[in-house]
Design a protein around this ligand. Structure first.
Ligand SMILES: Nc1ncnc2c1ncn2[C@@H]1O[C@H](COP(=O)(O)OP(=O)(O)O)[C@@H](O)[C@H]1O
Ligand SMILES: [Mg+2]
Length: 152
C-alpha cells in the first residue's frame, strides 16, 4: 500500500511510528534515491526512541550508533560502499540481529546485508512530497509494515 508523506515532518513521523513498534534485533532496509527521505525517517525513529543523534554526518562514517534510548540504533549507509571487501570492514554481521538494538540501512539494495526477515521501506519523490511503500520479507517484517500502513 502506498503511504503519502506530504512533508518532511510526515517522513519523520513514519520513523516515530516504527520507534513505538520495534524491538531488539529488528532490521529495516531503506530504499530510495538521493533525497527520498531515508535519513529523515531514521532521525524521526531515533528521536522517538529517545536516542541521541549526532549532528548529521560530519565524517564519512558508514555506521552511526545512536544510544541513550530504549534501544540502540545502528544507522548504516551503504551509498559510498563500492566493493564487497569494503563492506566486510563495517562489521555488519555483529550489528544486524544484535538484540540490544535495531539496524536501519540506507541503500540496502546495493548489497546483500539484510537478514531474511526484515522490513523493507521504499521511499520515492512525488512532486514536492514523498511516498512510502512498506513490505515485510517475513512475519516480523510484515508486522512492522502493518504499523506504517495504519491510518494516522
Ligand atoms: N515527505 C517529504 N516531503 C518533502 N520533503 C521531504 C520529505 N521527507 C524528507 N524531505 C526532505 O528531503 C530532503 C532529503 O531528505 P533525506 O532524508 O536527507 O534523504 P535521503 O537520506 O534519502 O537522501 C531533506 O531536505 C528532507 O527534509
Ligand atoms: Mg541519507
Amino acid at each position: 500500500m502506498l503511504v503519502n508523506l506530504p512533508d518532511a515532518a510526515a517522513t519523520a513521523a513514519a520513523g516515530a511510528r516504527l520507534a513505538a513498534a520495534v524491538r531488539g534485533g529488528d532490521a529495516i532496509a531503506l530504499i530510495g534515491e538521493l533525497g527520498a527521505g531515508k535519513t529523515t525517517l531514521v532521525a524521526g525513529l531515533a528521536a522517538a526512541l529517545g536516542a541521541r543523534v549526532a549532528a548529521h554526518s560530519p565524517t564519512f562514517a558508514l555506521v552511526h550508533e545512536y544510544d541513550g534510548g530504549r534501544l540502540v540504533v545502528w544507522h548504516v549507509d551503504l551509498y559510498r560502499i563500492e566493493r564487497q571487501a569494503e563492506l566486510a570492514e563495517l562489521g555488519l554481521d555483529e550489528i544486524v540481529g544484535d538484540p540490544r538494538g535495531i539496524a536501519i540501512v540506507e541503500w540496502a539494495d546495493r548489497f546483500d546485508v539484510m537478514p531474511a526477515d526484515h522490513l523493507r521501506v521504499e521511499l520515492a519523490h512525488a512532486a514536492t512530497a514523498r511516498t512510502l511503500v512498506a513490505t515485510g520479507t517475513g512475519p516480523r517484517g510484515r508486522e512492522l509494515a502493518a504499523v506504517l500502513e495504519l491510518p494516522a
